[in-house]
Design a protein around this ligand. Sequence first.
Ligand code: GLA
Length: 739
Amino acid sequence: MFQINIDMNMKKLLFLLCYSILLLSNTFAQKIIPIETKDFAMAFQTDDQGRLWNVYFGNKLASESDYQQVADQYFFPSNNAGQYNAAYTPSGTWNLSEPALQVQHSDGNLSTELTFVNVETQQEENATVTRISLIDPEYKISVVLNYKVWADLNVIEQWTEITNNEDGNIQLNKYASANLYFVGSDFYLTHFQGEYLKELQPVEEKLTQGIKSLESKLGTRTLLLGSPNFMISFDQQAKEDNGLTLLGQLAWSGNYKIDFEIDSYQNLRLIAGINPYESEYTLKAGDTFKTPSLIYSVSPDGAGGASRQLHTWAKKFRVLDGEGDRLTLLNNWEATYFDFNEKKLSRLFKDTKELGLDLFLLDDGWFGNKYPRNNDDAGLGDWQVNKQKLPHGIGYLVKEAEKNDVKFGIWIEPEMVNPESELFRNHPEWVIKQPNRPAKLYRNQMVLDLSNPEVQDFVFGIVDNLFTEDPEIAFIKWDCNAVIYNAYSDHLQKNNLPQSHLYVEYVNGLYDVLERIRQKYPKVPMMLCSGGGGRADYALLKYFTEFWPSDDTEPIERIFLQWNYSYFFPAIATDAHVTNWGKQPLKFKVDIASMGKLGFDVDLKHMEEKDILFAKQSITNYHGFKDIVLHGSQYRLASPYENPFASLMYVNEDQSEAIMFNYLSSNRWEERITRKPIKLKGLDASKKYQIKEINLYPGTKSTLDESSVYTGDFLMNVGFNPEIDVKRTSVVLKITEIR
Ligand code: GLA
């Protein structure tokens, strides 16, 4: 991920020291290295040659000596295809299985072996980091495997550092972040494919011999067609509440590749990292390459348990301001598209206030003069306010919004350019494009070359200028609507750097810009948007408070989309807007959007009085219960993939309050009613609760008996029937402890 320049002589000295000790000792005492969390463990063991093997992954064992005995119970000779269970599989020697590391050394040789040097453990405030150092006994390269463990949460972040101590450059042809090995019988993989407006669609399959790869070559917006998020269920198909389950994500915002290989012993090898596709990386003598991280949560309690652990980790340790508050908002995108002016916006500020929302978000179309942004075919890159639409500038709008007691936010798409722009005319060399070949546009635009420090400055400047001119801007929506076609960088060429660095350095450039933005503006909330789900990963969410899962806001589709995202992301990071998409009643839309960070893309001018009244009441309700949704624990109760309805709930920390959302997701005649109770989860069995229906549409009454008191035990074992039917297609329940 980064190239770190460390004093080369120092590194060489250290390397030689380790190397000599290794040669002197000649034989290796067998060493066992367990990496343990609260409930599970993996263990590595050296052999008499000093190679390091992954010997265990499963429930945590009682004592360290137990791990020592594991390997003896298996018979997996290495003469099949080599080093199936290497802790980090090298290539070019007698290993013939899929490698994690492929290096071309400075003398052109393609072989690498890795032997154990030492292991260090460092205690951090909330986590433990174990660093295992390996070296090649012939070539002066070293590899450090890093495992950062949040033991209580059963979450591990794993990455690798590769250092070149040779005299010349080496080339990394493959440089995985993580290499895991699972011994077992059946492995079920749930992975996610998609396309624009249909992101993150799950597919579950039993892995069979051979390699199943999940990958992206899109460069930017890399999650558009697939996802680096996955779930492995061990010994059985994915279950919500039981079974050993691993939820993982390669936290990298560029091209990724995750290989799941069932080897000839029917065990599962997992190798995950930056996609090696056109990405050979030249590492200078003395430099270290740090890979992105594989992040995973492992639970004995099925997908639900693994999700809650990941959510807690994300809220506490990863998402920007993950335990803070979020601003509800009105976004003008679907209300106006590009067609707005100051008068229209002033009216929308009033609407924002009237609805009781916190912020108005001005979307695409506010910039460009010579090439005005009146459509998506011009203006991108020219970040000067459009004088015709907004003659008084952004500052005026911020003040107008404030007069209505509403905060103001703004949309940018800083990594992109339309050919119809002054930016493209002035800096054609800043654009990623093959020389001598026609440009290929995606949504009429191209991608700026973020490997170029000048472009990085430009992108940083867009945000910096906005805040310098109008420090009151309270929110940024950062969009990214194109993939990289014709990957070629003028900057790399001019600096004699390989073109194969572009995909990697683009992403590093993006992270550098965001790092600078966050140093100067640490708090301002930012939405990570990429035309919908093109970007949502835990590398970028360090800098963003939330992400936009999809441009598809059709409410039935949203039930499924939000369900799928919920495996990996907490509600506080998941933006959900009410729009005009779909024919369902407003209540249905608002109820679904209330399961995330609530926003609206509506124009009150086109809404019925009763709908406006309902919107206001439900926004007030949302402000009342959002603490439970944004900060509580999420339980998926009934899957829309298995039922004609969907049901989810959120429970606060002391289990005194919960919110349950229920939706009819099918339209088939006989299915349009919940005949059975839905079992609740996450409550305290010994507490007593009362259930009240909220978000009722004006003039309607709940059909539920709200006077009864139920024990948590009853609600979790028998359940509660929300009485969903054709007239009650969505039902929101507030569950409160009665003391
Ligand atoms: C993308 C975003 C939308 C909107 C448009 C503006 O499609 O996902 O929300 O901002 O761009 O062009």
